[in-house]
Ligand binder design. Structure first.
Ligand SMILES: [Fe+2]
Length: 104
């Protein structure tokens, strides 16, 4: 929003959105490996969340790239950030607890 006021909104938002896409791809891939190796019971649901999240984020980024940042697309991007933060806090913590238990 700050960048928007300075007239730099479009580029900054596209950069932020692309950063989020890369971050999410790496974070999800890194975290799916121990889920598989530790036979995490929540793997199927967790993996489904990851795939849906990536799809929905890609859609939002495409929207921003095609139409420029709009109130609607910025709202979606903000919601995507909030969702990943709460996912990491809740779901990924459960996974860490499981992996620690399995590995002793
Ligand atoms: Fe996750």
């Amino acid at each position: 929003m700050e960048e928007c006021e300075k007239g730099k909104g479009r580029d900054s938002i596209i950069q932020t959105a692309r950063f989020l896409v890369d971050y999410v791809a790496k974070h999800f891939a890194d975290e799916e490996k121990p889920q598989i190796s530790s036979k995490y019971p929540g793997y199927t649901a967790h993996k489904a969340f990851h795939e849906n999240y990536k799809k929905s984020l890609a859609q939002t980024v495409k929207e921003i790239e095609n139409d420029g940042p709009t109130i609607a697309s910025l709202g979606k991007l903000n919601a995507a950030v909030a969702t990943i933060v709460s996912h990491i806090r809740r779901e990924d913590k459960n996974l860490a607890t499981h992996v620690k238990k399995v590995n002793g």
